[in-house]
Structures are given as structure tokens and as C-alpha cells.
Design a protein around this ligand. Structure first.
Ligand code: FES
Length: 146
């Protein structure tokens, strides 16, 4: 399988790995097919995602896409962060092999779950989260993970 340099760099030296202590929001999602799990924690100040960290039992593509996603999201307002899709992440990474595209969805879903947790704890509402459920299977679950 061919990975570009940027993907390899983020896989070998992932940014923002770990867990924020006393996070304002934590989200965990899984891909039931491959069993990979992604956990994202966020610190929010004045509606800005001041810090974000991820942990994953995922493949290299999940690590690389989450690493770059956290870089893209840090410093954004919550609303801006919710606009970041796995397509943007893929673009920023310079692409992933087709069979690995679904791995980049984990970060997007985990971020949404973390924001939902933050919103629930703080009585906030974000229209970008309408229809989102962290427990729902995402559409990429039918794909094979390898
Ligand atoms: S996230 Fe399951 S194989 Fe990549």
C-alpha cells in the first residue's frame, strides 16, 4: 500500500496524542467492522477549541488523519471545527489509499461526539450536530478494514 510522505510523517510522529485532564468534552466512537476505537478530548474557552487530543486503537491511517485533524481544529471556534469534514482532512493529508478512506471518518465522528458531550454538559446547542448520534454506525462500516 502506498502512503504519501505527509501521511507517513503524521503516522510516525502523531501530533496531539493523549488525553486532556478535566476535559470539557470527551467523545469516543468505534468502527464495528475493524473494532478500531477513537477517543477525542477537548478544552473549550470562549467557544474556541483551545486544546484537543486523541487516542486511538486504530490503524496507521486513523492515526495520521486524526493527527492532522487535531492540528486543523485547534484554535477554531466550535462551529468552525464542526465544519471540518473527513474530506478536508483527506485533502490536507494529500489523500489516502481508497480502502483506507473510511479510517479518516473516525476523527470527524469522535470530534462531534466530544462537542456533543461538551454541549450537553454546558446546556449548549449546535445546529451542526443535528441528527448526529455517536452510537450510530457510520456509513463506512460496511467497508472492509485491512
Ligand atoms: S480505522 Fe479501521 S482499519 Fe483503519
Amino acid at each position: 500500500m502506498i502512503y504519501n510522505k505527509k501521511v507517513m510523517d503524521h503516522f510516525m510522529n502523531p501530533r496531539n496524542v493523549g488525553e486532556i485532564e478535566n476535559a470539557d468534552g470527551v467523545g469516543e466512537v468505534g468502527n464495528i467492522r475493524c473494532g478500531d476505537i477513537m477517543r477525542i478530548s477537548i478544552r473549550v474557552r470562549d467557544n474556541v477549541i483551545e486544546d484537543i487530543k486523541f487516542k486511538t486503537f486504530g490503524c496507521g491511517s486513523a492515526v495520521a488523519s486524526s493527527s492532522i485533524a487535531t492540528e486543523m481544529i485547534k484554535g477554531k471556534t466550535v462551529e468552525e471545527a464542526l465544519q471540518v469534514t473527513n474530506k478536508d482532512v483527506l485533502e490536507e493529508l494529500g489523500g489516502l489509499p481508497a480502502v483506507k478512506v473510511h479510517c479518516s471518518v473516525l476523527a470527524e465522528q469522535a470530534l462531534k461526539a466530544a462537542v456533543l458531550d461538551y454541549a450537553n454538559k454546558n446546556g449548549k446547542y449546535y445546529k451542526e450536530l443535528e441528527g448526529f448520534s455517536p452510537d450510530e454506525e457510520h456509513p463506512h462500516d460496511e467497508e472492509e478494514c485491512d
